[in-house]
Design a protein around this ligand. Structure first.
Ligand code: PEP
Ligand code: MG
Length: 895
């Protein structure tokens, strides 16, 4: 029989897949002897079964009954009893945390009778009625799907009537009246009475948690975070402890280190006389842990001890939720906490220095996406005048500039048009998720560093300033006021998630210190920075150097000119994996290639080539100089020739108009004829790559000659050029043999002319399934393979790379055909399989075959791990991504 229910003492932290993150960690804490209220977890398997069948698995009901009985017997109380009732919380908890995405219901077991029992047992009538109204509110919203505003508006109205600001100022009589009102609202909006039977409440709440797995916002979140759609959530049923039992009670969230900056030392928010989500909801402004120490030193000390224990046990930053019930501490949750990119690097090296982890492990604690974030520009502090509107909390770092919007719809609409916006809200809740994704930054008036806005923004790597108390937001009127300044929709503001500052207008941005470090070295970056930045730079440097030490994969850059090559080299590139020579034929040069295309005789064409050759030679000299001593792979011309000619439609119109007025330029006519001749329905599958080399006599010869001459010249000047020639879009070994024969002859003749002997390897790109499948043969004629995974993805899937992403990928992602575009992250099962075949077969023919990848995937973290596993020699990516690839290649080697 499948076990669907696990007592907290039965699980452990490694059972996350089955018990969800929250359940697994509650079990771990229970077994560590930490003060966890007793309870049990319904597995993710039960959820999957429910979602598949549309009903609970048969055994669940009995197992739930047994677990509940055991809990009741242990505590000597009954769920929802009319005397001293046992109450439970019902909380979701997936394997990967999805903050605020799914449902929670607290105080399950309260009804018209047990509320009185609770009042008696606690000796606090106000508390009992407050707990009941919370149950009605949460149950109404999450289980019965009633608009939350029905309840929050009634609560606000009650406060207005009493002339008070906060919930805690409402007394027992006010709350009783609210309970009546909430029950009436439930009847009105759901068509039935609030269920009084405790077990019915429990069953409905469990089902609501299961179903919350599939809400729109949960799906959107999973897509963004690449969480599988079929994982399901666990449900945790936990004895209620109460933070709303008066001034000696409260609830809080804490981190063992600051998740925003990484500074060591506990960090947290605490709310007196509050329950559950009050803290993260950012509804009231919170106290700090230092305040808690003053209020309740004993609980504070115990909390610190628990946090130290958790950190040494998990050997990482932990975040926790706790409740203090009448001065007794209870742990409600822990997990390895989310953190900003900067904090991740700092914490990883701190933990090494504290002997909790090794440097190899430290590498697994950071990733390329975080490094990329640290490379983003920041606001120019020394720059022109800035108008500071106010300073809130630095919740998630970065510099964001955009037009103010007040709701998700406006943010999404702007994102569609490519306009950057800042989402400005009083506070955010999970309904704002889509807007947060669409916006460049998030600004809220209320809530601390652990508010919903802060936690979610940090998780997404989105710039966020929260709790700007001076900001008065009127979401309905779509205006916000800060001091004398009134902001309306569309007004530009700039927010700094690193300092919490908010500026009017558009503030200039400059390079981040990490970008400066990567481009100019540690010493240059350390000039004039503060302690925190200094520490961060040292951490990044240390981990990147360790990654370089560990990685087996080489990292090269895709660069087409001396300047990019130079930048790439500073960023740590160990050569060029792809120089796209077509980029050398743009601008003024376009006319020269046009002459090649328009040539009527071979002589005319040769003459055009001769004009191009010295220019190409100079291009290659610059490139090889920038990368002196390192390999430079130059790809011969790849794109269809029509790309160098004017647009067909425009030219047709021009010639037609000229014809109408009787003054056609014969050159235009010739050009149009060429455009017509070269027009293709599927140019990406047409006359391009090696096919051009075979069909247009002299084209590849020009390039090969220019490459050989450039290298010979540099070598004769004492430099050490290491050039490699790469043939694109090969599908048959015969194509390659033909080009090789031509190339070998040219290389021999240049060697004779220049009297410089040099070995120039010739290899091929693997961009077609046929090339991968016939790699045994292709390797006979190629000294290296470089996987062109852009074209290989296109040709494997039959996806036109220029068309499909905009046309229908959104639908494909929505419908779960894939989790991420295969042009972004390698399709391991399909394209990856072809790569594996080509690697194995190619090496069988030629054991020293050099293997690289130069498609976009060369800079994608997940793909890099795959390339490491299948034994490639190097990845090549855009210069900006070189540090990211270095880090990920190092991680791949130690993971
Ligand atoms: C590729 O196809 O992966 C590649 C690198 O070539 P391009 O993107 O220039 O077609
Ligand atoms: Mg290609």
């Amino acid at each position: 029989m499948t076990q669907y229910v696990y007592g907290f003492a039965e699980g452990n932290k490694d059972l996350g897949e089955l018990l969800g993150g929250k359940g697994a960690n509650l079990a771990e804490m229970t077994n560590l002897g930490l003060p966890v209220p007793p309870g049990f977890t319904i597995t993710t398997e039960a959820c999957r079964s429910y979602l598949a069948a549309g009903k609970e698995p048969g055994e669940l009901r009995v197992q739930l009954t047994m677990a509940l009985r055991r809990l009741e017997d242990d505590l000597g109380r009954r769920l929802g009893d009319r005397h001293d009732p046992l109450l439970v919380s019902v909380r979701s908890g997936a394997m990967q945390s999805m903050p605020g995405m799914m449902e929670t219901v607290l105080n399950v077991g309260l009804n018209d009778a047990s509320v009185k029992g609770l009042a008696e047992a606690s000796g606090n009538e106000r508390f009992a009625w407050d707990s009941y109204r919370r149950l009605l509110q949460m149950f109404g919203k999450t289980v019965l799907d009633i608009d939350g505003e029905v309840f929050s508006d009634a609560l606000d109205a009650a406060k207005t009537v009493r002339g008070v600001q906060t919930d805690v100022e409402l007394d027992a009589e006010d709350l009783k009246a609210l309970v009546v009102e909430f029950k009436a609202a439930i009847l009105k909006h759901s068509g039935s009475e609030f269920p009084q039977h405790p077990r019915e409440q429990l069953d409905l709440a469990v089902r609501a948690v299961f179903e919350s797995w599939n809400t729109d916002r949960a799906r959107i979140y999973r897509r963004r975070e690449r969480i599988p759609n079929d994982a399901g959530t666990a449900v945790n049923i936990c004895t209620m402890v109460f933070g709303n039992l008066g001034d000696t009670s409260g609830t809080g969230v804490a981190f063992t280190r600051d998740p925003a900056s990484g500074t060591s030392g506990a960090y947290g928010d605490y709310l007196v006389n509050a329950q559950g989500e009050d803290v993260v909801a950012g509804i009231r402004n919170t106290l700090s842990l230092a305040d808690l120490e003053e209020l309740d030193p004993a609980s504070f000390q115990q909390l610190m001890k628990v946090m130290r224990r958790l950190e040494t046990h998990y050997r990482d930053l932990c975040d926790i939720e706790f409740t203090i019930e009448r001065s007794k501490l209870w742990m409600l949750q822990t997990r390895v906490g989310k953190r900003t990119a900067g904090a991740a690097f700092r914490i990883a090296t701190q933990l090494v220095d504290e002997d909790l982890i090794t440097l190899d492990e430290a590498l697994t604690r950071v990733d390329g996406a975080q490094l990329a974030q640290l490379m983003f520009p920041q606001f120019d502090v020394a720059g022109a005048q800035r108008t500071l509107l106010g300073t809130g909390m630095a919740a998630s770092p970065g510099a964001a500039v955009g037009a103010v919007v007040f709701d998700s719809e406006a943010a999404i609409a702007a994102a569609r048009e490519g306009r950057p916006v800042i989402l400005v809200r009083k506070e955010t809740n999970p309904d704002d998720l889509e807007g947060m994704i669409a916006a460049s930054g998030v600004l809220t008036a209320r809530g601390g560093k652990t508010s919903h806005a802060a936690v979610v923004a940090r998780g997404m790597g989105k710039t966020c300033v929260c709790g700007l108390a001076a900001l008065d937001v009127d979401e309905r009127a779509k205006t916000a006021r800060v001091g004398d300044v009134v902001l309306g929709e569309g007004d530009l503001i700039s927010i700094d998630g690193t300092t919490g500052e908010v500026f009017a207008g558009d503030v200039a941005v400059v390079a981040s210190p990490v970008a400066t470090y990567l481009e100019s070295g540690l010493d240059a970056a350390l000039v004039g920075v503060n302690e925190e930045t200094r520490d961060l730079l040292h951490s990044v440097d240390r981990l990147l150097r360790h990654a370089d030490l560990r990685r087996r994969l080489g990292v090269r850059a895709n660069a087409d000119n001396g300047e990019d090559a130079d930048r790439a080299r500073h960023l740590g590139a160990e050569g060029i994996g792809l120089c796209r020579t077509e980029h050398m034929f743009l601008g003024d040069r376009r006319e020269l290639i046009e002459q090649v295309i328009l040539a009527r005789t071979q002589n005319e064409r040769e003459a055009a080539f001769e004009r191009l050759r010295p220019l190409q030679r100079q291009d290659f000299i610059e490139l090889l100089t920038a990368m002196d001593g390192l390999p430079v792979t130059i790809r011969l011309l790849d794109p269809p020739l029509h790309e160098f000619l004017p647009d067909r439609t425009e030219l047709t119109v021009k010639v037609a108009l000229a014809a109408a007025s009787g003054a056609v330029d014969p050159a235009d006519e010739r050009l149009l004829a060429a455009v017509e001749r070269l027009h293709e329905s599927n140019p990406m599958l047409g006359l391009r790559g090696v096919r051009l080399g075979l069909v247009v006599p002299g084209l590849f010869a020009l390039q090969i000659k220019a490459i050989a001459e450039a290298a010979a010249q540099l070598r004769s000047e004492g430099a050490n050029p290491k050039v490699e020639i790469m043939i694109p879009l090969v599908g048959s070994v015969m194509e390659l043999f033909l080009i090789r024969d031509e190339a070998d002859a040219i290389l021999r003749s240049v060697a004779e002319q220049t009297q410089v002997a040099q070995a120039i390897p010739i290899g091929t790109m693997i961009e077609l399934p046929r090339a991968a499948l016939t790699a045994t043969r292709i390797a006979e004629a190629a000294e290296f393979f470089s996987f062109g995974t852009n074209d290989l993805t296109q040709t494997t899937w039959g996806f036109s790379r220029d068309d499909v992403e905009a046309a229908f990928f959104a639908t494909y992602l929505d419908r779960g055909v894939f989790m991420v575009s295969p042009f972004e992250s390698l399709d391991v099962d399909g394209v990856g399989r072809l790569i594996q075949i080509a690697v194995a077969d190619g090496r069988r023919t030629r054991p020293d075959l050099k293997l690289g990848i130069c498609g976009e995937h060369g800079g994608d973290p997940e793909s890099i791990h795959f390339f490491h596993r299948v034994g490639l020699d190097y990845v090549s990516c855009s210069p900006f991504r070189v540090p990211i690839a270095r880090l990920e290649a190092g991680r791949a080697a130690v993971m």
